[in-house]
Design a protein. Structure first.
Lengths: 395, 302
C-alpha cells in the first residue's frame, strides 16, 4: 500500500518548501505555477512558516528579491512558469554567476506566441545555459523529494549554484496524488541550516557582483562550468543519502527502466515518462528489447554516466517537449555529442511531442518509438494535425 | 542612531579614493558624502552604471561597507530582498539598507521595481544620482534629460533642437506613493545634502533622495566647475531643492532669480541654443520651467 496522503501537487510542494524553512519567499502569479505560491501564502497566513513572504510586482523582481536575500545569507524560495521565467532570464543568469544557491520551482509551460498556458518544457529548456542545475520530476512525490535534495546540493560548498526543480505544469501541481511527506525532524536532520561562504555583513564588509574585465571574466565562467561538472557525483551522493534516510529511491542523475539489455532505449523527461513505461511493458510482452531512460538531472548533463548506460543500445529515441527552432530537438542533439567520436555509435533520433499541452497519447508515443527504430530524425513533430495547411504561409 | 557616526575618522573613506571616476565627477563626490553620512552600518545595493563601474572593478573595490551589484534595473528589488533577509534574521534594527543608481536606472528601466519597493513599504533609502542622461554608456537621453539638451541620442540637427521633452518629475511621482520622506538635494550644497541623508536614515520605511550631480563628460563642462554648475542649477530654479516629510513640503529657498542662460553657458549640451544669435524662444521656454518651479515651490524669499 502507498504510504502518505492524497494531496494536490501544489500543496505538497508548498508543504515541502515549508519543511525546508526558507527565510524569504518572493511570489508573483503566473499559471500554472500560481497555486504553489497561493498554498505557501496560506501556510504563512496560518502561522505555519516563519518567513518574509513578499508579493512582488513582477518575475524580474521575484528573482531579484531572492537574489538579494540569498546574498544576505538566508535560504530563499520562489516559483514561476513560462513567460515569468523568460522575464527573469537576465536575473537567472545573474544568480548563477554570483554563485547564490537559490532554489526555484518552475511549473513548465509553453512560451508565447501563440499565448498558451498549458505544459511543455520549452521555458526551462531555454535556461539550460544559465548555470542553474535543472531537475525534472515525473510525479509529485519526486517533485517534493527533489526540492529537499535541491537545497542540499545547491548549498553544498563544493557546488554553490542555484537549482531549478521543473514540474510539468497542470499535470503535477494541479493533480491529486498520494505523497509521503517527511516530518520536520527528518528534514532538519537531512537539511541543516544554510551556511553561506560569503554574505553581506556589516561586520565583515565585502563587495559582491563586482565587474570583471577580459583578464578575469573567463575564469569566473570556467569556475561555474567546473562546479557544474563537480556536482554530478554530489547529485548522486545526496540521492543515496536521501534513500538511506527516507527509505525510497528518488532523485539522482536518471531513472532506468528495463534499460540494461535493451536494444532500443526511449529517453524522456518529466511526467510523460510514466506513460512510456507502460508502452515499454507492452512492447516487451511482444518480445521487443526496449527500455526507458528518464533523465532527472538535465543540468549538469551526466555525459559519462549516459554513455556507459546507453553504449549497448542500437536505437535511442529521444522524445521531447521542446524544440530549438531552426535546429533540432535539444536533448537528442546533446546525446549525439555524448557519443560522437566514441566506439559506441547508436542511432539517436529526436522527436517533438506535446507542445502547448497537446495530449501525449500512447498512440503518438508508439509512433515516435517505431519511427525512431526505423530512421534517423532530428526533430520530427509527432501528433500534428493533418486537417490544417501548415506550410502554405511562407511557401 | 548609527554607531561611530561622529568619531570615526575613516568615514570619509567608506567610498575610498583610487577609483576610476572622471575628474570633476559630481556623482563620486556625492556618493562619498552619502557614505560619510550613512556610516558603517549599512548595506549598499548599487545599480549598473558609472558609480558601479568606477568603484567595483574586480579585485579593486573602493567600498569599505558591504556592497552588492546585480543588474541595471533590479536594484530596488535586490535591496528589498536584502531588507527582508535582515528582517527575518533580526538584524534590521542595527543595519540600514541603501539602494542607489543613476537617473537611467531610476527614472527609466528600474522604475517598476522602485515603485514596487515603495509600495511594499520596505525600510530602504533609495538614492538617485541624477546627472540627466545615460553617462556610463556614453551620454544617451534618459527620462531625466532636460528640455533641449544635447545627448548622443537626442542630437540637435537641421530638424531638431535636442531633447524635445521636459524632464520627468520623478520626486513627485515617488511622493505620490505616500512614503514618509522624499528629498531633492544637490552636490553643490553638501551640508544640505548631508542633513537630508541623515534625516532619511533616521526614518523607518521607504525613503527617496534625488541628488543632482553634474557630469563634466556628459554635459561638456569644465571639471573644475562641477560645484558651480550644481549651484547654478539650484539658483536658476531649474533644480529646486525641497523635502516632503509625511506629505508636508519644505523648500530650500534661493536668494534671487538667476537667468537660466547663466546656467546654460559653458555647457556643451546647451551650446546649440546659445550659438550665434541664440535660440531666444527655446531659452525662454527653459526660463519658463525655472519660473514655474520658483512659483510652485515659492523658492524666493519675499
Amino acid at each position: 500500500m502507498l504510504k502518505g496522503r492524497m494531496i494536490q501537487g501544489c500543496r505538497a510542494i508548498a508543504e515541502t518548501v515549508t519543511l525546508c524553512r526558507p527565510k524569504v519567499i518572493s511570489a508573483y502569479p503566473i499559471t500554472p505555477q500560481t497555486l504553489i505560491v497561493e498554498e505557501l501564502a496560506t501556510i504563512v497566513a496560518d502561522g505555519g512558516l516563519d518567513t518574509e513572504f513578499i508579493n512582488v510586482e513582477g518575475e524580474h523582481s521575484a528573482a531579484s528579491l531572492v537574489l538579494g536575500a540569498c546574498a544576505t545569507g538566508v535560504r530563499v524560495f520562489t516559483a514561476t512558469s513560462s513567460q515569468g521565467l523568460l522575464l527573469m532570464g537576465e536575473v537567472v543568469f545573474n544568480i548563477a554567476g554570483m554563485r547564490l544557491p537559490v532554489v526555484m520551482v518552475n511549473a513548465n509551460r509553453s512560451v508565447s506566441a501563440p499565448l498558451n498556458i498549458w505544459t511543455d518544457q520549452q521555458d526551462s529548456m531555454i535556461m539550460r545555459d544559465s548555470g542553474w542545475l535543472q531537475f525534472y520530476a515525473e510525479n509529485n512525490q519526486e517533485a517534493c523529494d527533489l526540492i529537499l535534495q535541491a537545497y542540499r546540493i545547491a548549498e553544498d560548498h563544493r557546488v554553490m549554484l542555484p537549482v531549478m526543480v521543473c514540474v510539468d505544469g497542470f499535470v503535477l501541481p494541479h493533480a491529486f496524488e498520494v505523497v509521503d511527506l517527511p516530518s520536520q525532524q527528518e528534514v532538519d536532520a537531512f537539511l541543516p541550516p544554510y551556511k553561506p561562504i560569503y554574505m553581506l555583513d556589516t561586520d565583515n564588509p565585502l563587495t559582491m557582483g563586482a565587474y570583471a574585465e577580459p583578464d578575469k571574466y573567463m575564469e569566473a565562467r570556467y569556475m561555474i562550468q567546473h562546479a557544474m561538472e563537480a556536482s554530478i557525483p554530489i547529485v548522486e551522493e545526496v540521492a543515496a543519502e536521501f534513500k538511506r534516510r527516507f527509505g525510497r529511491a528518488s532523485g539522482g542523475l536518471f531513472d532506468k527502466y528495463k534499460v540494461d539489455d535493451a536494444s532500443t532505449v526511449v529517453i524522456a523527461m518529466g511526467s510523460m515518462a510514466g506513460t512510456i513505461k507502460d508502452i515499454v511493458d507492452e512492447l516487451r510482452a511482444k518480445g521487443q528489447k526496449i527500455g526507458e531512460l528518464r533523465l532527472i538531472t538535465y543540468r549538469p548533463l551526466p555525459k559519462e554516466a549516459l554513455y556507459e548506460t546507453l553504449k549497448n543500445a542500437q536505437n535511442i529515441v529521444v522524445i521531447e517537449k521542446a524544440i530549438s527552432l531552426g535546429a533540432s530537438a535539444p536533448i537528442a542533439t546533446e546525446l549525439r555529442s555524448v557519443f560522437h567520436g566514441r566506439p559506441a555509435n547508436p542511432k539517436i533520433s529526436g522527436f517533438v511531442i506535446g507542445l502547448g499541452g497537446r495530449d501525449v497519447t500512447v498512440d503518438d508515443l508508439k509512433v515516435a518509438i517505431e519511427k525512431g527504430q526505423q530512421k534517423l530524425t532530428d526533430a520530427e513533430f509527432i501528433g500534428l494535425r493533418e486537417d490544417l495547411e501548415l506550410e502554405g504561409i511562407n511557401a | 542612531m548609527l554607531k561611530e557616526e561622529v568619531h570615526d575618522k575613516y568615514l570619509d573613506h567608506l567610498l575610498a579614493s583610487g577609483h576610476t571616476a572622471c575628474p570633476g565627477c559630481g556623482q563620486s563626490l556625492a556618493a562619498r558624502l552619502v557614505m560619510r553620512a550613512a556610516g558603517r552600518n549599512v548595506i549598499v545595493v548599487n545599480s549598473t552604471g558609472c558609480l558601479e563601474i568606477f568603484s567595483s572593478k574586480y579585485n579593486e573595490s573602493a567600498w569599505e561597507v558591504p556592497w552588492i551589484h546585480s543588474l541595471f534595473e533590479n536594484t530596488a528589488a535586490v535591496a528589498s530582498g536584502v531588507e527582508a533577509a535582515l528582517k527575518a534574521t533580526g538584524k534590521l534594527d542595527k543595519v540600514r539598507v541603501i539602494a542607489q543608481g543613476g537617473d537611467g536606472s531610476t527614472f527609466d528601466i528600474g522604475f517598476g521595481a522602485i515603485s514596487g519597493m515603495l509600495e511594499r513599504g520596505h525600510d530602504i533609502l533609495y538614492i538617485c544620482y541624477d546627472n540627466e542622461a545615460y553617462m556610463n554608456t556614453g551620454i544617451q537621453r534618459s527620462g531625466s534629460t532636460p528640455y533641449y539638451a544635447r545627448t548622443t541620442t537626442s542630437p540637435p540637427g537641421k530638424a531638431s533642437l535636442g531633447n524635445l521633452r521636459p524632464k520627468k518629475d520623478l520626486p513627485q511621482i515617488v511622493a505620490a506613493h505616500g512614503i514618509p520622506y522624499v528629498a531633492v538635494a544637490s552636490v553643490g550644497y553638501p551640508m544640505d545634502m548631508d542633513r537630508k541623508i541623515r534625516k532619511a536614515l533616521s526614518i523607518r520605511g521607504p525613503k527617496y533622495v534625488q541628488i543632482h550631480v553634474p557630469c563634466p563628460l556628459g554635459w561638456g563642462t569644465e571639471p573644475s566647475k562641477t560645484m558651480d554648475y550644481a549651484r547654478l542649477a539650484v539658483n536658476t530654479g531649474l533644480y529646486p531643492l525641497y523635502e516632503i516629510e509625511n506629505g508636508v513640503t519644505t523648500v530650500q529657498r534661493i536668494p534671487k532669480r538667476v537667468p537660466v542662460e547663466e546656467y546654460m553657458k559653458g555647457q556643451v549640451r546647451f551650446r546649440h541654443l546659445l550659438e550665434g544669435a541664440g535660440r531666444k524662444q527655446e531659452i525662454a521656454e527653459i526660463q519658463t520651467i525655472a519660473d514655474r518651479n520658483i512659483e510652485v515651490y515659492d523658492l524666493i524669499s519675499t
